[in-house]
Write a protein that binds this ligand. Structure first.
Ligand code: MG
Length: 203
Protein backbone atom coordinates (compact mmCIF):
# COMPACT_ATOMS: atom_id res chain seq x y z
CA UNK A 1 0.00 0.00 0.00
CA UNK A 2 1.04 3.55 -0.59
CA UNK A 3 0.04 6.94 0.73
CA UNK A 4 -0.61 9.66 -1.81
CA UNK A 5 -0.53 13.16 -0.38
CA UNK A 6 -1.72 16.43 -1.84
CA UNK A 7 0.16 19.62 -1.05
CA UNK A 8 -1.22 23.17 -1.18
CA UNK A 9 -4.85 22.10 -1.63
CA UNK A 10 -6.21 24.95 0.50
CA UNK A 11 -5.44 28.51 -0.58
CA UNK A 12 -5.23 29.81 3.01
CA UNK A 13 -2.55 27.23 3.87
CA UNK A 14 -0.57 27.84 0.66
CA UNK A 15 -0.55 31.52 1.65
CA UNK A 16 0.64 30.91 5.24
CA UNK A 17 3.74 29.12 3.89
CA UNK A 18 4.26 31.73 1.13
CA UNK A 19 3.53 29.23 -1.63
CA UNK A 20 1.74 29.86 -4.90
CA UNK A 21 -1.74 28.44 -5.36
CA UNK A 22 -1.15 25.56 -7.82
CA UNK A 23 -2.89 25.12 -11.19
CA UNK A 24 -2.79 21.33 -10.82
CA UNK A 25 -2.65 19.12 -7.71
CA UNK A 26 0.77 18.94 -6.03
CA UNK A 27 1.49 15.29 -5.27
CA UNK A 28 4.03 13.56 -3.07
CA UNK A 29 4.02 10.11 -1.50
CA UNK A 30 4.77 8.41 1.77
CA UNK A 31 5.76 4.74 1.90
CA UNK A 32 4.00 2.06 3.93
CA UNK A 33 6.49 2.45 6.78
CA UNK A 34 5.38 6.05 7.21
CA UNK A 35 2.14 4.84 8.77
CA UNK A 36 2.17 5.09 12.56
CA UNK A 37 0.79 1.90 14.08
CA UNK A 38 -2.54 2.33 15.88
CA UNK A 39 -2.38 3.31 19.58
CA UNK A 40 1.37 4.00 19.35
CA UNK A 41 2.92 7.32 20.32
CA UNK A 42 4.97 9.27 17.82
CA UNK A 43 8.56 9.57 19.01
CA UNK A 44 9.96 13.00 18.16
CA UNK A 45 12.53 12.33 15.41
CA UNK A 46 16.15 13.27 16.13
CA UNK A 47 16.71 14.84 12.69
CA UNK A 48 14.37 17.80 13.12
CA UNK A 49 13.90 20.71 15.50
CA UNK A 50 10.55 21.70 14.04
CA UNK A 51 8.10 18.82 13.76
CA UNK A 52 4.73 20.21 12.61
CA UNK A 53 1.20 18.83 12.31
CA UNK A 54 -0.95 19.12 9.19
CA UNK A 55 -4.49 17.87 9.80
CA UNK A 56 -6.07 16.39 6.67
CA UNK A 57 -9.11 14.48 5.46
CA UNK A 58 -8.01 10.96 4.47
CA UNK A 59 -9.64 8.75 1.83
CA UNK A 60 -9.19 4.98 1.67
CA UNK A 61 -9.21 3.41 -1.82
CA UNK A 62 -11.33 0.23 -2.06
CA UNK A 63 -10.97 -0.67 -5.73
CA UNK A 64 -7.98 -0.94 -8.06
CA UNK A 65 -7.91 1.56 -10.90
CA UNK A 66 -5.90 3.57 -13.38
CA UNK A 67 -7.00 6.51 -15.58
CA UNK A 68 -10.09 6.97 -13.43
CA UNK A 69 -12.38 9.70 -14.70
CA UNK A 70 -13.58 12.28 -12.19
CA UNK A 71 -17.23 11.33 -12.69
CA UNK A 72 -16.51 7.68 -11.81
CA UNK A 73 -14.02 8.39 -9.01
CA UNK A 74 -16.62 8.07 -6.24
CA UNK A 75 -16.80 4.32 -6.99
CA UNK A 76 -13.21 3.89 -5.77
CA UNK A 77 -13.65 4.74 -2.08
CA UNK A 78 -16.27 4.42 0.63
CA UNK A 79 -14.36 5.16 3.84
CA UNK A 80 -12.85 8.36 5.19
CA UNK A 81 -10.96 9.47 8.26
CA UNK A 82 -8.84 12.29 9.53
CA UNK A 83 -5.07 12.12 9.74
CA UNK A 84 -1.89 14.07 10.24
CA UNK A 85 0.75 14.63 7.58
CA UNK A 86 3.66 15.18 9.99
CA UNK A 87 6.32 17.40 8.49
CA UNK A 88 9.88 18.24 9.52
CA UNK A 89 9.36 21.87 8.53
CA UNK A 90 12.99 22.88 8.99
CA UNK A 91 14.15 20.12 6.63
CA UNK A 92 11.37 20.91 4.18
CA UNK A 93 12.41 24.58 4.04
CA UNK A 94 16.02 23.55 3.39
CA UNK A 95 14.95 21.15 0.64
CA UNK A 96 12.64 23.73 -0.94
CA UNK A 97 15.38 26.36 -0.98
CA UNK A 98 17.69 23.93 -2.77
CA UNK A 99 14.93 22.77 -5.12
CA UNK A 100 15.30 19.21 -3.82
CA UNK A 101 12.63 16.55 -3.12
CA UNK A 102 10.74 16.61 0.18
CA UNK A 103 10.86 12.95 1.18
CA UNK A 104 13.21 13.31 4.16
CA UNK A 105 10.92 16.04 5.50
CA UNK A 106 7.59 14.37 4.78
CA UNK A 107 7.90 10.62 4.29
CA UNK A 108 9.92 9.40 7.27
CA UNK A 109 8.79 6.57 9.55
CA UNK A 110 5.60 7.37 11.47
CA UNK A 111 5.01 10.63 9.56
CA UNK A 112 1.47 9.54 8.62
CA UNK A 113 -1.10 9.23 11.38
CA UNK A 114 -4.60 8.05 10.53
CA UNK A 115 -7.67 7.75 12.70
CA UNK A 116 -10.48 5.18 12.60
CA UNK A 117 -12.34 5.08 9.33
CA UNK A 118 -16.03 5.79 8.93
CA UNK A 119 -18.12 4.49 6.06
CA UNK A 120 -19.62 7.07 3.75
CA UNK A 121 -23.40 7.24 3.97
CA UNK A 122 -25.83 9.49 2.06
CA UNK A 123 -25.97 11.94 4.97
CA UNK A 124 -22.22 12.64 4.71
CA UNK A 125 -21.59 15.39 2.16
CA UNK A 126 -17.96 15.01 1.16
CA UNK A 127 -18.06 18.37 -0.61
CA UNK A 128 -19.02 20.20 2.60
CA UNK A 129 -17.49 18.41 5.56
CA UNK A 130 -15.88 19.94 8.62
CA UNK A 131 -12.74 18.45 10.12
CA UNK A 132 -10.53 19.75 12.88
CA UNK A 133 -7.54 19.20 15.12
CA UNK A 134 -7.05 19.85 18.81
CA UNK A 135 -3.63 20.27 20.40
CA UNK A 136 -3.68 19.62 24.15
CA UNK A 137 -7.43 20.28 24.13
CA UNK A 138 -7.29 23.55 22.16
CA UNK A 139 -8.61 23.81 18.62
CA UNK A 140 -5.70 24.61 16.28
CA UNK A 141 -7.00 23.71 12.82
CA UNK A 142 -10.49 23.81 11.35
CA UNK A 143 -11.09 22.90 7.74
CA UNK A 144 -14.04 22.39 5.46
CA UNK A 145 -13.72 20.29 2.32
CA UNK A 146 -15.60 22.92 0.30
CA UNK A 147 -12.40 24.99 0.44
CA UNK A 148 -10.29 22.37 -1.32
CA UNK A 149 -8.76 23.68 -4.55
CA UNK A 150 -9.06 20.16 -6.01
CA UNK A 151 -11.85 17.98 -4.67
CA UNK A 152 -11.46 14.29 -3.87
CA UNK A 153 -12.72 13.05 -7.25
CA UNK A 154 -10.51 15.47 -9.16
CA UNK A 155 -7.50 14.33 -7.07
CA UNK A 156 -8.28 10.68 -7.91
CA UNK A 157 -8.55 11.48 -11.61
CA UNK A 158 -5.25 13.34 -11.59
CA UNK A 159 -3.28 10.91 -9.40
CA UNK A 160 -4.49 7.83 -11.29
CA UNK A 161 -3.04 9.19 -14.54
CA UNK A 162 0.38 8.59 -13.05
CA UNK A 163 -0.10 5.87 -10.42
CA UNK A 164 -2.35 2.83 -10.36
CA UNK A 165 -4.53 3.12 -7.29
CA UNK A 166 -4.76 -0.10 -5.27
CA UNK A 167 -7.13 -1.32 -2.61
CA UNK A 168 -5.94 -0.01 0.74
CA UNK A 169 -4.06 3.00 -0.60
CA UNK A 170 -4.64 6.19 1.35
CA UNK A 171 -5.00 9.71 0.03
CA UNK A 172 -4.16 12.64 2.31
CA UNK A 173 -6.08 15.49 0.73
CA UNK A 174 -4.18 18.52 2.02
CA UNK A 175 -4.25 20.75 5.07
CA UNK A 176 -6.06 24.00 5.77
CA UNK A 177 -4.37 26.95 7.50
CA UNK A 178 -3.18 26.74 11.10
CA UNK A 179 -0.29 24.30 10.88
CA UNK A 180 2.10 24.47 13.81
CA UNK A 181 4.83 22.82 15.83
CA UNK A 182 4.54 20.04 18.38
CA UNK A 183 6.56 19.22 21.45
CA UNK A 184 7.22 16.09 23.45
CA UNK A 185 4.22 15.26 25.70
CA UNK A 186 1.73 16.99 23.39
CA UNK A 187 -1.56 15.26 22.58
CA UNK A 188 -3.32 15.69 19.23
CA UNK A 189 -6.94 14.77 18.53
CA UNK A 190 -8.60 14.76 15.12
CA UNK A 191 -12.31 15.15 14.38
CA UNK A 192 -14.69 14.87 11.47
CA UNK A 193 -17.61 17.09 12.40
CA UNK A 194 -18.12 16.30 16.13
CA UNK A 195 -16.76 12.78 15.99
CA UNK A 196 -13.30 12.11 17.38
CA UNK A 197 -11.56 9.62 15.09
CA UNK A 198 -7.88 10.13 15.86
CA UNK A 199 -5.61 10.59 18.83
CA UNK A 200 -1.83 10.62 19.01
CA UNK A 201 0.69 11.42 21.73
CA UNK A 202 4.13 12.87 21.05
CA UNK A 203 6.91 11.30 23.13
MG1 MG B 1 0.01 18.07 4.01
Amino acid sequence: MKIICIGRNYADHAKELNNEVPAEPVIFMKPKNALLLPQKPLYYPDFTDDLQYECELVIKINKNGKYIQERFAHKYYNEISVGIDFTARDLQQQQKQKGLPWEIAKSFDASAVVGSFITLTPDIDLSNLNFSLKLNGNMVQQGNTSHMLFNVNRIIEYASRFFTLNIGDLIFTGTPAGVGSVNVYDKLEGYIEDKKLMEVDIR
